[in-house]
Design a protein around this ligand. Structure first.
Ligand SMILES: [Fe+2]
Length: 251
């Protein structure tokens, strides 16, 4: 079991958006957390990968890989469905980050356990690239955790860029403002804190979470940041215009 009263900040899908990440880290500084966990996709889509990786490494953030890290290192085969613009950004990213940062990305695990009580995954507990979007996939993955990971009560995941808190019989998906939910004993939860750097739930504010193992609460937070500055970086780097536009609408 985790120690009583451990507070974790949970971030996911930062996607090289240092303007969003800076605002989130400023907010986390006031949350009195013990550890920061990152569920993958630090890089991709936006134009400040080195800055984001530096921030994660400087703050000793506990990280796993996302599909964008695995695409960049060649650890995952790139499907034909991956857009050319996405690959162009990753090529640019590879030239932009330092050898130490590339080594850091290459060493990331696909899945990790935290304090023998929690699981970190990028896509879903059963597969790193699965999107947890439908109730059937949610049910299947809750069952998968129950059957395969004895004692694991919460799986933190990212990948969809939309906040989610789901347990047996309970589904919460609307988190446009800060919201705190109780975590009940005896249930297995899947929790997505949303995306720091490219939210897709119709709310452009950066999203992250705070999990308190002592109080048994999960808070999803939404943070305003300088979206125009992030868009400017995307345009100056010459990336597809859609990558700048979507930041302002949260899609
Ligand atoms: Fe992502």
């Amino acid at each position: 079991m985790a120690q009583d009263g451990v507070r974790y900040a949970i971030v996911a899908d930062i996607h090289s958006n240092v303007d969003a990440l800076s605002a989130v880290m400023d907010s986390i500084a006031k949350d009195h957390v013990d550890r920061i966990l990152c569920l993958g996709d630090i890089i991709g889509y936006n134009a400040a990968p080195a800055e984001c990786l530096k921030m994660a490494m400087d703050h000793s953030v506990v990280c796993i890989s996302g599909n964008h890290e695995r695409f960049l290192t060649g650890a995952t085969t790139i499907e034909p469905s991956v857009k050319k613009g996405t690959l162009d950004v990753l090529d640019w990213t590879k030239k932009t980050i330092s050898p130490e940062q590339l080594e850091f990305i290459t060493g990331l695990k696909r899945r990790s356990f935290v304090d023998n009580a929690y699981l970190m995954a990028h896509g879903s507990p059963r597969h790193e690239d699965e999107y947890v979007l439908t109730t059937q996939v949610m049910r299947d993955n809750i069952l998968y955790v129950s059957n395969n990971f004895l004692g694991i009560t919460v799986c933190f995941l990212g990948h969809t860029h939309a906040p989610l808190v789901v347990a047996q019989g309970k589904l919460e998906t609307h988190f446009h403002e800060d919201r705190t939910l109780p975590i009940e004993d005896g249930k297995v939860y899947l929790i997505n804190p949303g995306s720091v750097g490219q939210p897709r739930d119709g709310c452009p504010k950066a999203a992250y979470g705070v999990f308190d193992s002592g109080a048994k609460t999960m808070t999803i937070k939404r943070v305003d940041y300088d979206i125009a500055a992030a868009q400017k970086r995307v345009r100056e780097a010459g990336f597809e215009e859609r990558l700048a536009v979507r930041l302002a609408i949260g899609k």
